[in-house]
Design a protein around this ligand. Sequence first.
Ligand code: PLP
Length: 284
Amino acid sequence: RTVYVNGEYVAERDARVSIFDRGFLLADGVYEVSSVLEGKLIDFPGHMGRLKRSAAELEMALPWDEKALLTIHRELIRRNALAEGMVYLQLTRGSAGDRDFGYPDTDTPPTLVLFTQAKSLVDSRSGSEGIRVVTQPDWRWARRDIKTVQLLYPAMAKMAAKAAGADDAWMVEDGMVTEGASNNAWMLTHDGTLVTRELSHAILPGITRAVVLEIAEALSLRVEERAFSVEEAQSAKECFVTSASSFVTPVIAIDDVSIGDGCPGEVARRLRAAYIEESRRRAI
Ligand code: PLP
């Protein structure tokens, strides 16, 4: 695989980052994951807009504009002949050459790393069969709106889900679902209203979430952006999650309680198909 590190395209085994890099020592970094369909990028401006915001919130320099970042993404897709999958991008504050809590001088070069991951996204098993989730206390930090590389707790939550025989975890705070460990959480009420949590510091503003909200509006579906409890979701008509790599994926059980008839819901299926169609149209 060819990867990108600080201006160079190199073979994976030749890629080098300092052991003093703040991303490595302090999780002082942000990231984005963009999906690729038929060799083209999905929701690219949305992902780069969020990257810019994450960096700005952490006073981290981002000395590449959207056009330069698009060139790097496209070059990696080309060099790796990626038809379907993801491009991962990570930006860290770099390092002044030693471990120190204080930020280095603002002229310290950041570290930018990108790599591709081939994966079947459209024809995925979870997309057609749905996933089972278990709830976990949301013990992440209080600025989940920033897409940082502090992913230890989400990793622990996913391991707990796996140990319980499930596929993924939903995070719960004060009895209310915040979001999935790596996706946004949705439910459909019995009167046909789509519900997903409102944007705040409590959740990541999902790029897929934003596009699905647009699609729902175009399909004249009723939508409410508000918090919902685990019990409300368990007794909902349908549940699903959204993310760049999973598109719209049905949730068929929460803590072993089946949702609806225990099969992927009709609205989730329609939204998944519409999202894929819209993404193909908008891909660049
Ligand atoms: N919420 C969390 C915690 C995530 O990690 C992700 C994606 O990785 C999402 C939501 C979904 O965001 P997006 O649709 O931009 O992929």
